[in-house]
Structures are given as structure tokens and as C-alpha cells.
Design a protein around this ligand. Structure first.
Ligand SMILES: [Zn+2]
Length: 283
């Protein structure tokens, strides 16, 4: 069924419109939008990696929420901005403006239902900027809308215990952490007999890139033919389960915090005012 990793009772599209209309305290109910992508992840991982991670981690987080914390997941965004991988088959990409418009309109729909807290949890490294732009746009339109654009991996988790220093610094795609968590979430899609390691060269300017990571725009093909940017070989299912557990624990806490959060009082008319140019100070 469609809910995937999400507990059915926490999957918003399974509710009828009358059930949604009758939900108490929609203003403090957290709506989670997992954002993934469909793009090559090397020869050993499926193209759905980022969607599996976003939906899988949030599904596990929702499953461990106490019943008194109201939160629901939307269907994940399966297609993202993946043009850095378009040289490889399997990649399905939207352009940035289409994705921006998609996320903004999904956010508008959530607002229209009466919800006021939207948590966007993105797992694809090529599109956090788009999520941030959509969140800012929604906030400008609706002063009472709390929209949090976030990244699946940017909460405390256990992966650091398993990764080498080089991996922590230079791995960007289909490396150790992504491979391990896929072994936990979708083991039937992982084919380690095809796994290879490939790191980008150290960036040749300490000023422009103190840690040696690529400082200029890149496409995956710049770093070799495999599509891998990192070393997936040391990954194990046990590590994957620990990483998944730690991420789910952190996100369950994050959702709980967002449910309780009382953010600054704001004027719900701010969109209209901004567009009439009345009070934009210093702009
Ligand atoms: Zn990925």
C-alpha cells in the first residue's frame, strides 16, 4: 500500500476529508513532507535512495511518537532537482523552478486544510536551497505558518562512529552512510558485488575550500564513471540499523518539539502588505 514506511494511522492521505476537517488542534499538528529524488546512486544502489531515506526515516520517527503528539506524513516527493546526475540512466529530474513551485503549492494546500506547522525533511543534497526558498515564500504569504525546511541527516545520528575521516570529509553520494542505511531500509535493492569507491580530488585551494571538498559546481560524472562519490565498501546492515534508529529517535524528538513550539506572534496579513510595498523597511 501507499503508506510505505509510515504507520497507516499517521499517513495523511489515508484520512477522508471529513476526518481531516474534524481533527482537533490542526494549528499545532505537525505535517511532515519527506522530500527525495529519483537519481542514480552508483551501480550498487537503487535510484530511489533519497526517497527511501526521507520516507523511511520519517516513517520510523512517526512510528515511535507517543500517541498524544499529533503528526501526519504526506506522500513523499519522489522527483527532485537531480540535474547533476542526468548523465546516468535512471535519473528523473525536475528543474529548480518546477520543484520550487511544487513544494510551494503542496505547502499552500497544507495551509488551506488548516494546518500551521509544516516540516519538510529533504534527503537529497542537491536541493536544500529549493526547500528553503519554498519555506520563505510560504512564510511571506502566511504570517501564521511555521514552515521548517530541514535535511534528513542534519540531526544527531550514529553514522559518525562508523565513517573514516576521509569519508566524513569527501563523501557526497552513495557512500558509506547511505549504503548502510539502505541495507536496513531496503536490503533487497542493495547489490554490494557491484560496489566501488570513488572520491573527488582534494580541492586545490585551502582558502576557497579549507576541508578540501569541491568548492565549484560539479556533476557526478566529473568524479568518474561509477556515479559514486565516497566509499560504500565498509557498510554493514548492523551499522545501517543503528544509524536508522538514531535518526528516527532524533526526528521523533524534533517532531515533538515542533508540536509544542510556540513561535513568535506574527501578522497573518504580511503577504498582502509586502506586495503593496507598505512597510518593507530598508529594502
Ligand atoms: Zn543520495
Amino acid at each position: 500500500m501507499l503508506h510505505g514506511y509510515c504507520p497507516p494511522a499517521r499517513y495523511l492521505p489515508y484520512l477522508s476529508w471529513t476526518q481531516i476537517a474534524a481533527l482537533p488542534d490542526r494549528a499545532n499538528t505537525v505535517v511532515v513532507l519527506p522530500a527525495g529524488s529519483t537519481e542514480q546512486h552508483g551501480p550498487h544502489l537503487p535510484c530511489a535512495v533519497d526517497t527511501i531515506i526521507a520516507a523511511g526515516v520519517m516513517g520510523h520517527a512517526l512510528a515511535r511518537l507517543p500517541a498524544e503528539v499529533p503528526a501526519y506524513a504526506l506522500s513523499p516527493i519522489h522527483y527532485g532537482k537531480s540535474d547533476e546526475h542526468l548523465h546516468f540512466p535512471g535519473t528523473v529530474t525536475l528543474d529548480g523552478t518546477t520543484l520550487l513551485e511544487t513544494v510551494t503549492q503542496v505547502g499552500e494546500s497544507v495551509y488551506r486544510m488548516g494546518f500551521r506547522k509544516l516540516l519538510i525533511v529533504n534527503a537529497h543534497g542537491g536541493q536544500p536551497q529549493v526547500m528553503e526558498m519554498a519555506a520563505r515564500e510560504l512564510r511571506l504569504r502566511h504570517g501564521d505558518y511555521v514552515v521548517l525546511p530541514h535535511f534528513t541527516w542534519r540531526v544527531p545520528h550514529a553514522a559518525g562512529r562508523f565513517l573514516s575521516e576521509r569519508e566524513k570529509r569527501l563523501s557526497m553520494h552513495a557512500g558509506h552512510a547511505e549504503t548502510a542505511i539502505l541495507m536496513a531500509l531496503a536490503p533487497e535493492t542493495v547489490h554490494m558485488q557491484h560496489a566501488v569507491a570513488a572520491y573527488p580530488p582534494e580541492f586545490p585551494s585551502k582558502v576557497l575550500s579549507p576541508d578540501g571538498r569541491p568548492a565549484c559546481a560539479w556533476t557526478a560524472r566529473d568524479f568518474g564513471d561509477s556515479g559514486v562519490i565516497g566509499d560504500p565498501l565498509p557498510a554493514t546492515p548492523e551499522q545501517g540499523r543503528e544509524i536508522l534508529d538514531s535518526l528516527a529517535e532524533s526526528w521523533a524528538q524534533g517532531i515533538t518539539d515542533l508540536h509544542r513550539l510556540r513561535w513568535v506572534e506574527r501578522d497573518s496579513q504580511s503577504w498582502g502588505r509586502a506586495h503593496h510595498g507598505g512597510d518593507i523597511a530598508g529594502a
